[in-house]
Design a protein around this ligand. Structure first.
Ligand SMILES: Cc1cc2nc3c(=O)[nH]c(=O)nc-3n(C[C@H](O)[C@H](O)[C@H](O)COP(=O)(O)O)c2cc1C
Length: 126
């Protein structure tokens, strides 16, 4: 059993602290955990080429952008559950996490059955 956390904060702050706390609790039950800090990754924006969906040039389920996302795709597929964390920015998720989510396009049909939890950290309440 493995749970991965995806931290969408651009700084080492409250969101990362919350996710680490959550993963530490999960680990007490003997579950393997891993935290991915998006602020330390080089992940370009989805360019909407749609080849991962349409299968152009045999690219169905594969993203043609070569960056840190390529190492994360197998981690998402192997995870039994995923914990997303974001600071609240203008009542929404952070740009870092939205960018990441856009790039899950090639694998999201395979992620649909996985349990997902979300942690959102705000200053004034949401
Ligand atoms: C650009 C920006 C927009 C923000 N918008 C909101 C908001 O709409 N509502 C709110 O309660 N806090 C807002 N905040 C405050 C953050 O959500 C809060 O400081 C949070 O703890 C940041 O998470 P972090 O410590 O992981 O960076 C905003 C902060 C920034 C930098």
């Amino acid at each position: 059993m493995k749970v991965i956390g995806i931290c969408g904060s651009p700084r080492k702050g409250n969101t990362e602290w919350m996710l680490r706390k959550l993963l530490d609790e999960v680990a007490k039950g003997g579950v393997e955990t891993e935290l991915i800090l998006l602020r330390k990754k080089h992940i370009k924006g989805c360019d909407g080429c749609s080849s991962c969906e349409t299968g152009g040039a045999n690219r169905k389920g594969v993203c043609r952008i070569e960056d840190d996302m390529q190492a994360i795709y197998p981690m998402l597929l192997e995870a039994d559950a995923i914990a997303f964390g974001t600071p609240v920015y203008f009542d929404m998720l952070s740009g870092l996490l939205k960018n990441f989510m856009d790039r899950t396009c090639p694998v999201w049909p395979k992620l649909e059955s996985k349990p997902v939890v979300g942690v959102a950290v705000a200053e004034a309440g949401i």
